[in-house]
Design a protein around this ligand. Sequence first.
Ligand SMILES: [Fe+2]
Length: 588
Amino acid sequence: MVVVPSGQHSQTKDLPMYILGINAAFHDTAAALVKDGKIIAAAEEERFTHIKHGKRPIPFSTWELPFHAIDYCLKTAGITLQDVDRIAYSFDPEGVTESSIYKSAFDDAADVLTAPDVYQDWDTLFLNYIRKAPEQLRDGYPHHLQKRLANGGDIAGKWAYVNHHVAHAASAFFPSPFHEAAVLTLDGRGEQATTGYFIGKDNSLVQIDSVDMPHSLGMLYEKITTYLGFLHSSDEYKVMALASYGRPVYLEDFRSVIHVGNDGQYTIDDFDPEQWWGAGRRKEDPFEQLHYDIAHSLQKALEETVLKLAQWLYDQTGAQNLCMAGGVALNCVMNAVIRDRGPFQHVWVQPAAGDAGTALGAAQWLDVRLNTREEGPRYTAPMEHVYWGPDYSDEEIEQFMLWAKMPYKRLTNIAKETAAILAEDKIIAWYQGRMEFGPRSLGARSILASPIHPDMQARLNDIKDREDFRPVAPVVLEDDAHEWFEGVAVSPFMLFVYPVKEDKADRIPAVRHTDGTARVQTVNRDQHPLYYDLINEFKALTGVPVLVNTSFNTRGEPIVCSPRDAIECFWTSPFDALIINSFILEKL
Ligand SMILES: [Fe+2]
C-alpha cells in the first residue's frame, strides 16, 4: 500500500504519473484518471452498464468495481492497467472505528435485521469486500475487458485507501477556481463522518473537524425521501422539486430533532415520521398537500442548518471562498441559500458532488500528495467543464448507422440547422463530443427544446415519462445570463437556482419553476463551442439566448453514453430529431 501520512507531502517529484481513482464502496460507482495534475478521463459506471447509480448501496454489492469506467479511462489514455502508477480507492476501511455501518443505511431490510450481531455481519461483509478490492480488480474483470485489465501487475502495491470525506473535499477544492477556500462536505456517510470541515490552500488540504454518525443531514433527507414514496439514495432531487409546492407547516417538527451546537457539531434525534404524519406515501399514491409541506419543511430545515454550519466554518477559517461536495451539495436550492445568505463571497460546488466525484477526488488527493511540496505553486488546474467522458468520431457513428441501415443526413451547418428545428418548437436529442461527468446533462448528451411556450415543460415531462411537478432547466449564453436571471454571472454546472427576471418571465415560461426560479446552466464558447453556437443561432432566430436543457435519457435509465444508446433511446421515444455529431436523424 502507498502510505502518505496525513499532513505530509512527498518531498520529491518522482515516478507517479497515471493515478486511477475508484469509487465503489456504496453507489454511483465511477472511475477517474489523472496525470500530473490534469484530469484525463472520468465517468460513471452506470453509463456503460445501464444500471442507474451503478448499484444500490448495500453490502452485497460492495464488491462490484466500475470495470467499464476503469476500462474507458485506460482506453482514453492509451494505456493498460499495468501502466497505472497508483490506484486511489475513496473509502478507507481502517477509518471505520465503530460497527453498524448498515444499522441505519440499510433500512430496506430492517425487519429482518434486528439484532446487533446481524448488523455486525453486514459490516464484516462490507469491509471485507473493500479490503479485497485490489484482488477483485486484479482477477474479477469481465472477460470482454481483458485487453486492458488483464495482467494488471502489482495492484496491491499501487493501492491507497483514501478517506471518503477527504476524497469529497479534494474533489471540491483541487479543481475549484480558488487558491484558498474553506471546504464543506455533506453526504449520507463515509467511514464515520457525515459532514466534513476543511481548509484548502494551493496544494494543502487540512481537515478541521467532522460530524460523525449517526447524525447525518444526508440520511435525514434520505429518510424523508423514502417516507414520501421515492427511492432513497437516488430520488432526493425529486423531494427538492416537490418542496417548491409546499409550506413550512412541519418545520418546527424538524427543528425539534435537529440540534446545532456552537462548535460546528449537530445532532439529529431519531424519530419515526409515521408517528408524526401517519403512514408514508407509497410509490403509486397521488401527491397530497401533506407531502408537499413535509418536503418543504425538510428543505427549509436543511437550509437553515447548513447555513449555521457554513457560518461556523467561516468563523473558523476566515476564508472568503467556500467549496462544497458530497451528495447533499447537489441540492441546488440549498446551494443558492448558502450563496445568497451565507457568509462566503464565492461558492463553488464540484459538479460530480455525489459519490462518483470521490473517484476524481481520491485520485487528485493522491496526485497532489505524491507530486507536490505543500508550499509550492498550485499544482491542479481549475475544472472549467465536465466533458471527461467518451466521445466518438463521425466515422465511427456513420459506420454504425450504415451497418444498422438507418436513415440519416449529414448537416452542413450543425448549429444553424438545429436552431431552426428548435425554433419550430420541436424537441431534439443532442449528442455532441465527450460525455459529461456527474449527474447533469450539460450539452453533450442533452434533450433540448425552446423555452418560449409554457407547455414545453409538460411536453418534456410527458415525453420523458417524468412526474408533472418536476421542472425543466435552462441553459443560457454566459454573456446574456445577467439579463435573464437575477444575480447570475457564471454557473456552468447547473448547481444553483436563480430567480428569473420579472421582465423576462413571460419570454421563457417553460423553464420558470413554480417559485419563480430556474436551475441555470451558463455556457461560454470555450466550454463547448458547438453548444454555444447552437444557442447563439437560436437567439438570432428568436431573440432568446436560452434553451431548455434536460438529460438525454428516459425514466429509470441513465443518461446515454454511446451512439448505440443514443439511437436506441431516440427511436423508442417521441423526440422529433437526433443530432449526433454531424448527422441528423428525423422522424416522419
Ligand atoms: Fe459520499
